[in-house]
Design a binder for this molecule. Structure first.
Ligand code: OFO
Length: 167
């Protein structure tokens, strides 16, 4: 792995941890809103993003290099409805998708075939994540902002478990 590739992966490790941190802050906000299902969903998402960061971290080490961890900023989280929150999640995931695609372009330019193979997993993962979040936004739209519909969606979000996630 050359220096350009390593710098790009270090930046992506930061982005994954940053994203994880934002989800944890969103989990706290949902706890405050007494939506424990959505809070639990966000907490699992925090775990998943942390795993994404570690997958890059381990790959760098396996390739005989040393990851250089970068600063994680304070997450700015502000929303009053679940629909708003999940729209922000979708924006965030679309941004991560762009970063992953950018990283793939670097891997192609640098002829880093091992990195390209690793990134196939992330590219697929992003398609799945965006799709899941769009489905949640649709459910929230149908449920409306209050009442039983929202209660049911929150309960469903709380059913997400680590076993649902593919490695
Ligand atoms: Fe959902 O972002 Fe990681 O890769």
């Amino acid at each position: 792995m050359n220096q350009r590739m390593l710098d790009a992966v270090n930046a992506q490790i930061q982005a994954e941890f940053q994203s994880a941190y934002t989800y944890l802050a969103m989990s706290a906000r949902f706890e405050e809103m007494k939506m424990s299902g959505a809070a639990s969903w966000m907490r699992l998402q925090w775990e998943e993003e942390t795993d994404h960061a570690l997958k890059f971290f381990d790959h760098v080490i396996r390739r005989g290099k040393t990851p250089e961890l970068q600063q994680i900023k304070q997450p700015k989280v502000s929303f009053d409805t679940a629909q708003d929150a999940f729209k922000q999640v979708l924006e965030q995931e679309r941004m991560v998708t762009r970063l992953i695609h950018g990283l793939y372009e670097v891997a192609v330019e640098e002829k880093d075939y091992a990195m390209q193979t690793l990134l196939h997993w992330y590219i697929d993962e992003q398609v799945e994540e965006e799709d899941n979040v769009e489905t949640i936004i649709d459910s929230l739209r149908l449920a409306g902002q209050s009442g039983q519909g929202l209660f049911l969606v929150d309960r469903e979000l709380g059913l997400r478990s680590p076993e649902d996630e593919e490695e």
